[in-house]
Design a protein around this ligand. Structure first.
Ligand SMILES: Nc1ncnc2c1ncn2[C@@H]1O[C@H](COP(=O)(O)OP(=O)(O)OP(=O)(O)O)[C@@H](O)[C@H]1O
Ligand SMILES: [Mg+2]
Length: 320
């Protein structure tokens, strides 16, 4: 069975500015595939090419076997799209927006069920202008799913949502996938990628830095374990740095931070015990997806995660 989304050597420029240099990935049927990357990395440009909203300058894209440029009308029926900062007319109510979007599709979903799942039922008579940022975001997710799509492309799915709404949205997306829908999502949230995505592409400066499962990406970080504790009595560094499983030791006042292989913890605790040293407040940190992201891109993800929708320099008004 061919992949639901195939992107090969995508290249896209805005004037002289190369937004996407060379991006390739495939998304299999029923997969939740994430795109992670720093601000300006080319994530939105990539998914807009997948959606047929932008014409690539090079490379090839197939979605459900269709060319997003040539077969746009047919693809629209099968593709659900959530724009990073989509706008609706201020006076349109939630219910009107859902009914309008519903009318575009041959086999739409039930608007009431979607409003219930997204906590919008009480807001169906509220005008777009009077919704909070998080409610607008929930509506944009509902509009992406109203056509009962085979493939949904979601750009910054949960940016601006409160923690409970974020969790509710994750379980909605898992339900949608359980019905066989393929999902491509752009996110800045490591936890979202870890919980939802089968595989993740890390995109940096218009190129794919890595594609792997969240666990696979994390395992690429060579750091191993990081162990912190406060020793009950002072000791010489060599006591631990002589151990083959220990790769480094630093001290922050009376706190000792040791890095090492996955066997380091056992080795350290036995040596300390033999020397009658108690390791107080012992903590072990495993490498996280965030560590992998930082190692791959040299960027800290928090900067993007805190950005409100609409702070991007790429406004939808300028898009064509
Ligand atoms: N309409 C546009 N006209 C000109 N340049 C653009 C346009 N949209 C995006 N760009 C540029 O292309 C590059 C990639 O932008 P893109 O929106 O794809 O990034 P992104 O990875 O989605 O970033 P973010 O995390 O901030 O949403 C940036 O340098 C951006 O300034
Ligand atoms: Mg973007």
């Amino acid at each position: 069975m061919p992949a639901d989304i195939e992107v090969r050597h995508l290249h896209k420029k805005y004037g002289d500015n190369v937004a996407v240099a060379d991006v390739s990935f495939t998304v299999e049927q029923g997969e939740i595939f994430g795109i992670l990357g720093p601000n300006g990395a080319g994530k939105t440009t990539t998914v807009e090419c997948v959606e047929g909203l932008r014409r690539p300058d090079g490379g090839e894209i197939r979605v459900l076997g269709l060319d997003p440029q040539h077969d746009r009308a047919e693809l629209t029926q099968r593709l659900g799209v959530q724009l990073q900062d989509g706008q609706l007319p201020d006076r349109m109510t939630v219910g009107e927006a859902l009914r309008l979007y519903r009318s575009f599709y041959r086999e739409p979903a039930d608007p009431q069920a979607l409003m219930d799942a997204l906590g919008l039922a009480a807001k169906h008579r509220t005008r777009y202008a009077d919704l909070s940022g998080g409610q607008k975001q929930r509506l944009s997710i509902a509009l992406a799913l109203i056509g009962n799509p085979k493939v949904a492309v979601l750009d910054e799915l949960t940016t601006g949502l409160d923690p409970q709404a974020r969790r509710d949205t994750w379980s909605l997306i898992q339900d949608v996938r359980a019905r066989g829908v393929t999902i491509l999502l752009v996110t800045h949230f490591m936890e979202e990628a870890e919980r939802l995505c089968d595989r993740v592409a890390v995109i940096d400066r218009g190129r794919v830095a890595a594609v792997d499962s969240p666990t696979g990406l994390t395992e690429r970080v060579q750091d191993g374990q990081r162990i912190r504790f406060r020793p009950s009595v002072p000791f010489e560094d060599a006591l631990l740095t002589d151990l083959p499983d220990v790769t480094g030791l630093t001290r922050q006042n009376d706190l000792v931070v040791v890095t090492g292989t996955e066997n380091a913890l056992n080795a350290i605790t036995s040596v300390l015990a033999r020397n009658n040293i108690v390791a107080q407040h012992l903590r072990v940190d495993q490498p996280s997806l965030e560590d992998a992201f930082v190692a791959l891109t040299g960027n800290h993800p928090a900067a993007g995660a805190d950005a409100a929708p609409g702070t991007s320099d790429a406004s939808p008004a300028a898009r064509s």
